[in-house]
Design a protein around this ligand. Structure first.
Ligand code: SAM
Length: 284
């Protein structure tokens, strides 16, 4: 099968099957060989790797992954793409396509079955409407992972990478940085896709930490604090956390913890680093 990174080849496949793009599935297919090469090289795929691809589409990146990895498992929700994938991937015997919703499939079971529970790499041009639940699902379900190399909306890539004191900093930044080291490896303009998305895109690599960079006694509590802090972004921590439903901490407890940490009683959550959120959580 011809290289689908070349636009004419993708168009020929779409025409052959009379494929209709489904907006609700976030379908924007890559048609740029340089971007595809860049994703594969940034993910550092080798013949030892088992790769999970989320949303293979017509199999463009899957072809590249099948060439460089030992084994590829691709999870695609759209039934209409399954016969197309059988055709475009017919040359490879190291690819398994699963017709499922990635948010419902048991990824740990796939890793167990396909890679004996050893860490896999995730590579994807993600459907943008579910970027955060996909990433958080992989981390929170403790899927054995080496890295996640993904195309996401540019603004979301920025949010994953920034630290305190910027408008993009928030719960996603802290969650990602607790589990992994983020690095934006490419900016990708809309004309690299068919159809063109109406936002800019970026490829970001998240390299999973073996141990989180901060010590926290209760992860759930820390993330509940983080979410509550950014839900009420304009409030001081003392007021925001003291009011938050489900947290059961009193304003004076928050004030006392901040004092112990040498922080101002009027500080906002957006000024705290991951280390400081961990310390606050441990103190509370
Ligand atoms: N990988 C292809 C490429 O780069 O050309 C397609 C990428 S496209 C941005 C996203 C893909 O994810 C589509 O094929 C879409 O059908 C699929 N998808 C959307 N929601 C999904 C879900 N919940 N589970 C699995 N796949 C999904």
């Amino acid at each position: 099968m011809a290289n689908l990174g070349i636009p004419q080849n993708t168009i020929a496949v779409l025409q052959k099957y009379g494929f209709n793009f489904q907006k609700k599935f976030g379908q924007n297919f890559l048609i740029d060989t340089n971007v595809l090469d860049k994703i594969i090289s940034s993910a550092e795929i080798t013949k030892d790797d088992c790769v999970l691809e989320i949303g293979p589409g017509i199999g463009t990146m899957t072809q590249y992954l099948a060439e460089s990895a030992r084994e590829v498992v691709a999870v695609e929700i759209d039934k209409a793409l399954i016969p197309i994938l059988e055709d475009t991937l017919s040359a490879y015997d190291n690819v398994t396509v699963i017709n499922e919703d990635i948010l419902k499939v048991d990824i740990n079971a796939i890793v167990q079955e396909r890679n004996g529970g050893r860490p896999i790499k995730v590579v994807a041009n993600l459907p943008y409407y579910i970027t955060t639940p996909i990433i958080m699902g992989l981390f929170e379900q403790h899927v054995p992972l080496k890295s996640i190399t993904i195309m996401v909306q540019k603004e979301v890539a920025d949010r994953m990478q920034v630290g305190p004191g910027t408008k993009d900093y928030g719960a996603l930044s802290l969650a990602v940085q607790y589990y992994a080291e983020p690095k934006i490896v490419a900016n990708v303009p809309p004309n690299c896709f068919i159809p063109r998305p109406n936002v800019g895109s970026a490829v970001i690599r998240l390299t999973r930490y073996e141990e989180p960079p901060v010590k926290v006694e209760d992860e759930h509590k820390m993330f509940a604090l983080i979410r509550a802090s950014f839900n009420q972004r304009r409030k001081t921590l003392v007021n925001g956390l003291g009011n938050a439903a489900g947290l059961s901490v009193a304003k004076d407890q928050v004030a006392a913890a901040l004092e112990k940490m040498g922080l101002s009683p009027t500080i906002r959550g957006e000024a705290l680093t991951l280390e400081q959120f961990a310390e606050l959580s441990n103190l509370l």
